[in-house]
Each structure stands twice: as C-alpha cells, then as structure tokens.
Design a protein around this ligand. Structure first.
Ligand code: A3P
Length: 346
C-alpha cells in the first residue's frame, strides 16, 4: 500500500516537474536568451487602461495592432489586408534627423504606441532625386499598411541636412509634424566618425584619426569642411527649415536623454503628436549587457536595437574635444534660443 502511494506521488512529481521544465524551455526558446528571460518577469507598470486615440478605443487599437502584426508576419495578400481595412497612408510625422542622434531608437520606441505605425526602412524619398522623381505614389507604396486611425511615421536622417527637402515636404503636406532628435554636437560628430570608420575597417581600408579630420592642419582651427562637424551645427540647418515651416511644427527630442531615460522624452512626443499617453515603463527595460534601453511590447515580445546602434567610440584627445565644444557653443546657444529646449551640453 505504502509502495503504491509512493509510486503515485513520484508520478505526480514527475508530471509537475515536466510541466515546469516545459514552460521554462518554451520561454527560453521564445526569448532567445536568458538575459531577456529575466527581464520579462518583473512587470512593474502594466499597460495603461483603455482610452482613445482619435475615435477608436485603445483596446480596439491594440487588438488591431496585434492583427496587423499577424497579417504582416504571415505575408498576407493585399486582398487579405484590405479585407481587414488596412490601408497605406502618407506619414503624418517624419523624423527628419539628425544622423546619429538616435533616430532609429526614437522610431522603434514610438512604434510601441498602438496608434503609430512605422516605415521600417529609411525611405529617402525627399533627399534622393531619383526617388523623388518617382512621385508621391511611389512614396505611398513604400509605407506600411495601417488602420485609418493610426498614424504612419518614417525616418530618413539625411532629410535634415539636404537643402531641397523642406520645400519638397512642404509641397506634399504643409502641416506635417517634424521630429528632430539631437545629441550633444561633439558626441554626435564622434558617433558619425565611428560609423564611417567601421565601414572603412570592414572593407580593410585605412582611415584618418578623428583629430586629423576635425582640425584644419593649415589654420589649426575646426575644419568646417568635414561633414561630421557641419552636421552638428544644428542651427544652420534648422534656420533653413524655418523658411518653410513654423517652429510650432517641430518637436526637438533630446537624444542624450533618450539614451539614459527614454520615457519622459517619449511622453513629450506623444503630446506633440496629440496621441494619448500609452507608452509606459512596461514597454522599456534597461539591458545591462547592451548598456541601453530595449523594447517590450505586450507579454513576451522584446527586442534591443541592432549592434550598429551603440558603438564604442574611440578616445578623443581632450584638448581637441574642448576645442570642438567651444566651436559649437555659439551655434548651440542659437539653437536653444530658437527651439526653446535646453540641454545638458557644455
Ligand atoms: P552610438 O552608436 O554612437 O552610441 P541613429 O539611429 O540616428 O543612427 O543613432 C544611433 C545612436 O542611437 C547610437 O549612437 C546610440 O547611442 C543611440 N541610442 C539611443 N537609444 C538607443 C538604444 N535604446 N539602443 C541603442 N542605441 C541607442
């Protein structure tokens, strides 16, 4: 009798153990790494209660977004997409730059909002003459499917510094919302340099040191011909954009803040886009291995940005760094004065 009871107990324990192990294997397989597994557990801040975006209640939008993802993953046909009332819409907001400001992180984080759909690739419609000549229908085709009450956002950082772009965007939609994400100008220049350096190294090519490029050897002054320096003179480009759009149509995102504490920056963007506040602490978690915030959408879906985001920068000679910071200072002051945003820049 005792033997039978023990056997029964052993069987139960075996079934229970298999269930626990099975669940664990499922979680590990789904999330890919143990690191992520740990991070999906402590959910401090659940998704906010239902509200409205436009006229659609949030829970409807969330269900629609899940459906949208499902259809997208299954490579559904156009007819299937149309049946679910999915359409292509021109962007109502564009992340115009700046290169290495954190444009990818901003787009990915915004697309956690149930009312936002992103164009995954950089479209380069307004800065590339060949693309622009293909017409706005070509541009529309490049947009993802979305529900009518969702807004589409695309990002092409080259827009900010390309002369023809503001006028071209204005001609398409004069009331479009423009998002500009900036970082401390010297850091951005180093990041820009690091990206180019990595490209050269991949092709086994040699490249100058950062210090050699940013300083004009003849004058010993900052080399404004070097593109990485020019791109960091934000006010110069912004003033050109202001010939076409009023400052109210721009929202400036602090890219350094987006790295260290993304949620407050995202809340400001939600306000600017007239969207209900839906991105929450739950959607973002700090990944110590990556050293950056990563994204989480609903239970179990999580991702970090690709390794090309968050590169290790080379050490820069301190006096050159300070020289650059002094060079950018007056331009920064002008930028701050125009935009009304303040930064923790030197
Ligand atoms: P670094 O590679 O210099 O660190 P962009 O997408 O415009 O090219 O910007 C790239 C920068 O986004 C990266 O520059 C990185 O610092 C920043 N970034 C901001 N948030 C990030 C995040 N959550 N994950 C990775 N990179 C992020």
């Amino acid at each position: 009798m005792l033997f039978l009871q023990q056997q029964w107990l052993r069987q139960r324990l075996f079934v229970l153990g298999s269930l626990v192990l099975g669940s664990l294997f499922f979680l590990v397989a789904r999330e890919g790494t143990l690191d992520r597994l740990q991070l999906i557990c402590p959910i401090k801040d659940k998704l906010s209660p239902a509200g409205s975006s436009g006229q659609i209640p949030l829970h409807t939008l969330q269900r629609k977004q899940a459906l949208h993802l499902k259809l997208h993953r299954r490579n559904s046909t156009r007819e299937q997409l149309r049946m679910h009332h999915l359409i292509k819409q021109l962007p109502r907001a564009i992340i115009i730059g700046v290169r290495k400001g954190g444009t990818r992180a901003l787009l990915e984080m915004l697309s956690l909002h149930p009312a936002v759909v992103k164009a995954s690739q950089e479209v380069h419609f307004f800065d590339n003459d060949e693309n622009y000549d293909r017409g706005v229908d070509w541009y529309l085709k490049k947009m993802p499917f979305s529900f009518p009450h969702q807004i589409t956002i695309e990002k092409s950082p080259a827009y900010f510094i390309t002369e023809e772009v503001p006028e071209r965007i204005f001609k398409m939609n004069s009331s479009i919302k423009l998002l500009l994400i900036v970082r401390e100008p010297t850091t951005r220049a180093v990041s820009d340099y690091t990206q180019v350096l990595e490209g050269k190294e991949r092709k086994n090519k040699t490249y100058n040191k950062f210090e050699e490029l940013v300083i004009d050897t003849k004058t010993c002054e900052v080399n404004t011909k070097y593109k990485a320096v020019r791109t960091s003179i934000y006010t110069k480009y912004l003033e050109h954009w202001l010939k076409f759009f009023p400052i109210e149509q721009f929202h400036i995102v602090d890219g350094d803040h987006l790295i260290t504490d993304p949620l407050p920056e995202l809340k400001l963007v939600e306000q600017f886009l007239n969207l209900p506040s839906r991105i929450s602490q739950y959607n973002l978690y700090f990944n110590a291995t990556r050293g950056f915030f990563c994204l989480r959408f609903k239970f179990m879906f999580s991702k970090c940005l690709a390794g090309s985001k968050g590169r290790i920068h080379p050490d820069v000679n301190l006096s050159i760094k300070e020289k650059l910071q002094r060079f950018f200072h007056p331009f920064n002051q002008k930028f701050i004065q125009i935009t009304g945003r303040t930064f923790n820049w030197p």
